[in-house]
Design a protein around this ligand. Structure first.
Ligand SMILES: [Zn+2]
Length: 339
């Protein structure tokens, strides 16, 4: 057979290499803990956004320009609301952190939320300064200085042209809103490990440790340790349902722990370590119940599943020391990595 019209192995290899360099892998979404999509925009995604901007906004955001002092349109703005990136719409600063610095540029002592504003060293003009940028689209915003008021002591010095102000109550475009998140609750033993592994899920926005399904109000860790209040150590999982489904979270949950154990989990003994799914909607209740039935029928587990499925009662956030415990302490936990 002649080679014409058929891709040779060399050609196939070249094609594979080309696809690899084009990086056709879907981008992993990133979220701020405040619930905004902060996945870096590709150059292609930025193009149509830049076409809508005027010359001054392009000069400042794309070429690290600076507007003349006392000339910006937002310098004296005292209205309540937030300041979004003029390019991509991500909320960057809030009116509650704005102050009069006297420098001639709009000044804030804190960004809108952690992860929304990025920084990098700027050595332009033989000065050592900290440049601030939009974390989502890399737009140049201004600079950060260490002479701001309490409580941060920082001064974020902005160019008005890099921002778009949205007054409180104004209708917002999608790109300036937090994503439509869903919440799921899982109790699978010690919440340190359950929180840690759920946080690693693609499409998971935030996970917090807390106490649920007990009899007393405002429980603290010491109450939980007694095992008499009925609360279960629970991970509150806030997720983007357009990226990760509730079913995928269930799958991960059943890989993480042993759902056949009753009133304990691994080395941790007591009803506070019981296995439970606390549902936030009739849909979640149906999905979780069906999932357990299917898993039970599959006989993949050596004993019947003991996981309780109940409508969620009030979630009580655990003390600060229990949040991100594994991440902060570097300690290991017996909960299995499900991903
Ligand atoms: Zn931006």
């Amino acid at each position: 057979m002649s080679g014409s019209g058929v891709l040779s192995p060399v050609m196939l290899l070249l094609l594979a290499l080309l696809l690899f360099t084009l990086n056709l892998e879907p981008q992993i979404p990133m979220y701020s803990r405040a619930g905004y999509d902060i996945t870096p925009l590709t150059e292609d995604a930025k193009k149509p956004l830049l076409e809508k901007l005027d010359e001054e906004a392009i000069r400042i955001t794309q070429n690290a320009g600076t507007e003349r002092p006392f000339c910006g349109t937002l310098l004296d703005n005292k209205k309540d609301g937030f300041y979004a990136c003029v390019v991509c719409g991500l909320p960057l600063f809030s009116s509650e952190h704005k102050f009069t610095s006297g420098t001639g540029w709009p000044s804030f002592f804190s960004p809108y939320a952690t992860g929304h504003v990025a920084t990098r060293e700027d050595t332009q003009f033989d000065m050592k300064r900290v440049e601030i940028l939009c974390a989502r689209c890399d737009a140049h915003l201004g600079h950060e200085f260490e002479d701001g008021p309490k409580p941060t002591g920082k001064r974020f010095c902005l160019n008005s042209a890099s921002l778009h102000f949205y007054e409180e109550g104004e209708k917002l475009p999608t790109q300036s809103k937090p994503i439509q998140a869903e919440v799921a609750y899982f109790a699978g033993g010690c919440f340190w490990g359950v929180e840690h592994w759920f946080q690693k899920g693609k499409g998971v926005i935030n996970v917090e440790s807390g106490y649920m399904q007990g009899e007393t109000d405002n429980p603290v860790y010491a109450d939980i340790c007694s095992g008499t209040t009925g609360h279960a150590e629970t991970a509150k999982v806030t997720f983007d349902p357009t990226v990760i489904s509730y079913e995928t979270l269930l799958e991960a949950f059943f890989k993480m722990h042993d759902p056949t154990e009753v009133g304990r989990q691994g080395p941790d003994i007591g009803s506070q370590y019981r296995s439970g799914i606390w549902t936030t909607s009739p849909d979640q209740q149906t999905t979780a119940t069906a999932y357990i039935e299917k898993l039970d029928k599959s006989k993949m587990l050596h004993s019947p599943i003991a996981t309780q499925v109940e409508p969620a009662k009030k979630f009580y956030l655990a003390e600060d020391g229990h949040q991100d415990y594994i991440e902060n302490t570097g300690r290991a936990c017996h909960i299995t990595n499900p991903w």
